[in-house]
Ligand binder design. Sequence first.
Ligand SMILES: Nc1nc2c(c(=O)[nH]1)N[C@H]1C(S)=C(S)[C@@H](COP(=O)(O)O)O[C@H]1N2
Ligand SMILES: [Mo]
Length: 312
Amino acid sequence: MALFRYPRPLPSEITPKQIYLSRRTLIGATAALAASATAAEAAPLQTHRGPYSAVLEPTPHEDVTHYNNFYEFGMDKADPSSQSQEFQPLPWTLEITGLVKKPLRLDVEQLLKSSEIEERIYRMRCVEAWSMVIPWDGIPLANLLRNADPDPRATHVAFESVVRPLEMPGQNGGFSGIQWPYVEGLRLDEAMNPLTLIALGIYGETLPNQNGAPLRLVVPWKYGFKGIKSIQRIRLLDHEPPTTWNRLAPDEYGFYANVNPQVDHPRWSQASERVIGARSLFGARRQPTLMFNGYGEQVADLYRGMDLRAHF
Ligand SMILES: Nc1nc2c(c(=O)[nH]1)N[C@H]1C(S)=C(S)[C@@H](COP(=O)(O)O)O[C@H]1N2
Ligand SMILES: [Mo]
């Protein structure tokens, strides 16, 4: 069980050594409290091991926080960690609107109070054929959506990332071709699945900017691009919303994006994956990719009778 705290202390409130300590020690009680002594308004929160965590060896913290995709900060894997340090996640408001009976506007503190924070150790499989194992801290999305009381007409959920060109260099021109904001979507039953998480932390620490501070989506049986970062708006709809990668390259990235080793990307195989942070004698280690990224028992029923080749 780790201690988890938000808001994190401002860099000006702690020394670099303390930042290092608070990041390195899974926020061991003493280090975290020492580091946050001057900004201790918010009490540390308990993180509980969630029931859906498989027994998996997490990818080293250094790789999880320095090998990232977050095009708002640039297109190289090292850009998000180096280019996101000016980004100020707080204050933040998450809106849940659309086909709901009780629209919600929540700041991060209200979010943290709305539900118990669970630790979920999940595999993450990027569509580019690499993978990690990440220990997330977060809230089941279903809990949030229930609080908003979905209207019976709602069938889908749309998500929108933040737009802040002054803090996000990738939103100033750049070559990605992405129309901002980054947008994603799920079917409502996928969003309500108990595996679907809104993460506010990793490794028992506040979510680093490069991983999608202050809150992002985690859908472990889908390709990583569905896990939209720095979410400001969630809307319930009666139709399938447009999604960023599908809009850019509809033949390569579908709405569903379920991890499937039998359906190749048009330009590469999806049968296996490079394991980030794991080396073998011959360089990067590879392993076979699992159907639904290994979560079939929990999610295969969502797709009964669907042609997963057509709905890739
Ligand atoms: N807003 C936003 N969310 C995003 C992305 C992005 O570029 N912008 N990249 C996606 C992709 S392709 C992946 S693989 C994961 C990477 O998450 P990580 O850097 O925390 O491992 O974030 C996803 N979420
Ligand atoms: Mo990805």
